[in-house]
Design a protein around this ligand. Structure first.
Ligand code: NI
Length: 244
């Protein structure tokens, strides 16, 4: 064998090995990587409400409460790989807007204009969530499931009462004003997975269960109305990610 042949053979081997290593390295999440993901995020409340407490109607109203509907917005996550298997991730989104409704027919006993299901408000919030994530598999596989645990801080940006409950008693409302919904700090649990398409691009699906407990209150012609509301939503996000 000529020296020339050997060196060609050797350089082919080295190149093959280098490419092999390169593609494994590129597919894996590695310490120091940033991953940005953008997609659609749905906040689907699994709410439970206390009875409405109405100071001018003798306290708790039987068969009453609050309900919250779901909303979908643009979601973003930014993750940083602390090690090859541990990441810290921030969930961000455009503001979610939820309808708040009366549940039960307790309030209708005092005001027939506000039956079960009446929309009484819309509430806008942002639920930034910071999580520590653990990737479960060898990082060189394209499918990368993970679990996460984190802290959620839900910031109420805007709370607007609906015309129906703002109307005077004679017009079927409660002359409601000054709706206040508290911000919430709570635990967030997460499962999700990245599917690496190539060196940079990936698909992601992620689910959070977030503990969001709040108190809502408003003033009205029948005194202060209050309820404890555990929103405790499931948050679903499908996204496309880019690693750099
Ligand atoms: Ni809760």
């Amino acid at each position: 064998m000529s020296k020339h042949f050997l060196s060609r053979k050797l350089s082919t081997l080295i190149l093959t090995a280098a490419l092999g290593t390169f593609s494994t390295v590129a597919l894996s999440h590695q310490q120091g990587d940033w991953i940005a993901r953008v997609g659609a995020a749905t906040v689907d409340p699994d709410e439970s409400s206390s009875l409405l407490n109405v100071s001018g109607l003798g306290g708790n109203i039987a068969d009453s409460g609050l309900g919250v509907d779901a909303d979908t917005q643009a979601g973003f996550t930014f993750a940083y790989m602390l090690t090859d298997k541990l990441a810290v991730e921030l969930l961000a989104a455009t503001p979610f807007k939820h309808d708040v409704t009366l549940t039960g027919s307790g309030i209708a006993g005092a005001q027939p204009g506000l039956p079960d299901g009446s929309k009484i408000a819309s509430v806008e919030h942002l639920p930034p969530t910071l999580s520590l994530q653990y990737f479960l598999r060898d990082s060189s596989s394209a499918f990368k499931p993970y679990v996460g645990i984190g802290i959620n801080y839900t910031v109420i940006l805007d709370e607007d009462l609906s015309a129906g409950i703002k109307a005077d008693i004679a017009d079927g409302g409660l002359a409601a004003s000054n709706l206040d919904v508290d911000n919430s700090l709570g635990l967030a649990l997460q499962i999700g997975a990245d599917y690496q398409l190539n060196d940079q691009w990936l698909l992601n699906a992620s689910i959070w269960n977030i503990d969001i407990d709040t108190e809502a209150s408003l003033d009205s012609a029948v005194g202060e109305v209050k309820a404890d509301l555990d929103i405790d939503p499931w948050v679903y996000m499908l996204s496309v990610g880019y690693k750099f």
